[in-house]
Design a protein around this ligand. Structure first.
Ligand code: IMP
Ligand code: MG
Length: 180
């Protein structure tokens, strides 16, 4: 499977749809009886496709917001540095927050974003990730809704990129090119 430059399909479109539907059910169950307003926050850009599918599987009232932080350049190695490039529009104080990530790898990016958002005193803050690479973890991250654990491979597609490419590939595949 290299038609789009990815050497192997890790998750097919069907695999992804099943995972997203299951996450949607878990999230719906979790927030169904909450009296707080739910804000689902996507971290751009990687989460945009997952987020679009996920919110349609969440069957309770909610609003969406997005945030852009940067940690990686165009390569694949985390610098450990996180910068807010675009902040949220919504105030999150006193509200239920669900953070949506494409992948949690070392945990560097996410732990910093979570710390920052905790400082704004939401009523609750939970984390949903489609992909999890536990073998690469450097900083502990408490994942409330986890799509699937994957091996230590660089993956692309379904929103995930290498140098901004492959985000439009509809499945998750293993990148075959050189990794800096
Ligand atoms: P962390 O700070 O190491 O957890 O990295 C999180 C971010 O790195 C993710 O949101 C992705 O943007 C990127 N990333 C980590 N692993 C991969 C991968 O296998 N493919 C594409 N992007 C990745
Ligand atoms: Mg990302």
């Amino acid at each position: 499977m290299s038609e789009q430059g990815l050497k192997k399909v890790l998750l097919s479109q069907e695999d992804i749809a099943q995972i997203v539907a299951r996450l949607g059910r878990e999230i719906t169950e979790c927030y169904r009886n909450s009296d707080k307003e739910l804000i689902v926050i996507g971290l751009l850009r990687g989460s945009f496709i997952f987020m679009a599918d996920l919110v349609r599987e969440i069957k309770c009232p909610m609003v969406t917001d997005f945030m852009t932080v940067s940690s990686y350049g165009d390569g694949t190695i985390s610098s450990g540095d996180v910068k807010v490039v675009m902040d949220l529009d919504e105030s999150i104080t006193g509200r239920d927050i669900l953070m949506v990530e494409d992948i949690i790898d070392t945990g560097n990016t996410f732990s910093k974003v979570v710390n920052m958002l905790e400082g704004r005193k939401p009523a609750s803050l939970r984390i949903c990730t489609l992909l999890n690479k536990p073998s690469r973890r450097k900083v502990e991250v408490k994942i409330d809704f986890c799509g699937i654990d994957i091996p230590d491979e660089f993956v692309c597609g379904y929103g995930l990129d290498f140098a901004q490419k492959f985000r439009n590939v509809p499945y998750v595949g293993i990148y075959e090119g050189p990794i800096e």
